[in-house]
Structure formats: structure tokens, C-alpha cells
Design a protein around this ligand. Structure first.
Ligand SMILES: [Zn+2]
Ligand SMILES: [Zn+2]
Length: 264
């Protein structure tokens, strides 16, 4: 891509030079100029209808999309304070990390390209938010600390949403559980999970037609149609249909295949 872009710049420069030097140039319908990004496909805007309107604001500004969230999800959890209407006794967690959702929550802001492109190489994710889920809470990777992958003792603290509280608030690490209390989160389906820092959307384990994708890259990504793309093939991630360990399925354990933007 880099060399292509460079060549295009050269070409564009040459055309500009030619047209500015010869007023009778007939090369006026050079439609190539507006299409210098061969693999860039606009993110389908209907996907943003899936985000929790109480906690997430999405704004569109030219070729950028900004997702702002208060970090507070719209589903039940034992991590709410007991007097919160969304509080429930734990149904999956056997041990809770300290703190309540309300007191720990912080806001998040992510600005991405409206037509993100694959990068030349992947970028490893770090600790902290690597994406924003449709509920408004952040998506974390498969690490609970530096060089500390999620392990059984950590999994004990996850609620049915696959999340727990941390020093900077409530966040998801793994796929949600199939329990009656879980009414909105993706579990073994095609639902939208959220948007990653590189601007690509993350879906559940299945395609819109109910099948499991078979051509995913190491990050769970591929080009294909999504429930929102109106038949257009866009690059998107899936939760990889494979146990991280035990029956635990990580939300996103690979590298970001686009260019990560900072989640502030
Ligand atoms: Zn965590
Ligand atoms: Zn897909």
C-alpha cells in the first residue's frame, strides 16, 4: 500500500503539473483522484444504531467518526451498587473484584476513520481499553496485567457479561455467558460486540447467516458482509470460535490489523 500511495502521489503530482502547464488538457475526468485507497470501505453507519443511546454518543464529521461513552453499560450485573435497579446477585462470578460500577466508571472517547484500512502489519494491543462495546463499557484484551494472561482465578471474577471491575472501571474480557439474565450481549451469534481502536467492528462468533466464518485471520478478521453492511464486503472482526482455555472465549486476543487510534 505504501508504495502504491507513493506512486499515486507522484502520478497526481505529475497530472497537476501537466494540467497547470497546458490549459488545453482534456484529461478532466480523472476519477482516480478520489479513489486512491483500494481497500478502504466505509463503515456501515447503521452499525452505530446498536450502541446504547443512554451512554454512548456517536458523531460523524466528514471522514471521521467519534464514539464517546460514559463507560456505563445498560445491562444487569453484580458490579452495580445493590440499590441500583440493574443490580443482580452474581449468577456466574464466584468472587468479585473491588468497587462498584458507578464509582469506578470513567468516560471514553475514540475517533476513527469512517473508512478504516488494513495496516501493513498488525499492532499488539496493550492493557486498558482496546475497543468500546455497544453497551458503552470498554473492551479489554486477554491480559489482566503485564504478561499476565487471563487465568482461572481471574475468570472467577467475571460476571455473565464477561466483565469485571478494575482500577479504571468496568470492562469486558471474554464472551458473555448463556444464562437467562443475559438478554443483550453477544453469545454464539452474529450480534455486534463493539468497535475496536482501529475502527473495525467486532461481531460475535457467527456470520449473519448463522454459519461460523472459516477464513478468519489471526485476529478474527476477514472481508465479508455483516448484518449492517447491506451486502457490501467490509473488513470486520469476529470473536474467534475457539476456547482460550476451559470454556472461556476471549473477545479479542490478537493484534489490531488496522492503525490503532488512542482511546482517551
Ligand atoms: Zn480486567
Ligand atoms: Zn464475518
Amino acid at each position: 500500500m505504501k508504495s502504491l500511495k507513493f506512486m499515486h502521489l507522484l502520478l497526481f503530482g505529475a497530472i497537476t503539473f501537466i494540467t497547470s502547464c497546458s490549459s488545453d488538457s482534456e484529461n478532466t475526468d480523472d476519477t482516480d483522484d478520489t479513489d486512491d485507497s483500494s481497500d478502504a470501505v466505509s463503515t456501515p453507519l447503521s452499525a452505530f444504531d446498536e450502541f446504547n443511546p443512554d451512554g454512548v454518543t456517536v458523531s460523524f464529521d466528514g471522514d471521521e467518526i467519534t464514539i464517546e461513552s460514559n463507560g456505563i453499560p445498560n445491562h444487569t450485573s453484580p458490579y452495580w451498587e445493590v440499590d441500583n435497579p440493574l443490580y443482580i446477585d452474581p449468577v456466574v462470578a464466584t468472587r468479585l473484584t473491588p468497587g462498584f460500577m458507578e464509582e469506578r466508571a470513567r468516560s471514553y472517547s475514540l475517533t476513527v476513520s469512517s473508512a478504516p484500512e488494513l495496516a501493513n502489519s498488525g499492532t499488539a494491543t496493550g492493557l486498558g481499553a482496546i475497543g468500546i462495546a455497544v453497551t458503552g463499557a470498554p473492551i479489554f484484551n486477554d491480559q489482566e496485567g503485564n504478561n499476565q494472561p487471563i487465568e482461572e482465578q481471574i475468570v472467577e471474577t467475571f460476571d455473565y457479561a464477561g466483565a469485571h471491575n478494575g482500577p479504571s472501571g468496568y470492562h469486558y474480557h471474554i464472551e458473555s455467558s448463556d444464562v437467562p439474565e443475559n438478554t443483550i450481549l453477544s453469545f454464539d451469534d452474529e450480534k455486534l460486540v463493539g468497535i475496536m481502536a482501529d475502527g473495525f467492528l467486532l461481531y460475535g462468533r457467527k456470520e449473519a447467516d448463522g454459519s461460523y466464518p472459516t477464513d478468519l485471520d489471526e485476529s478474527g478478521g476477514h472481508f465479508g458482509v455483516t448484518p449492517h453492511s447491506d451486502g457490501v464486503e467490509v473488513y470486520h472482526y469476529h470473536i474467534i470460535n475457539e476456547f482460550y482455555f476451559g470454556s472461556v472465549i476471549a473477545l479479542f486476543a490478537g493484534e489490531l490489523q488496522g492503525t490503532p487510534n488512542t482511546i482517551m
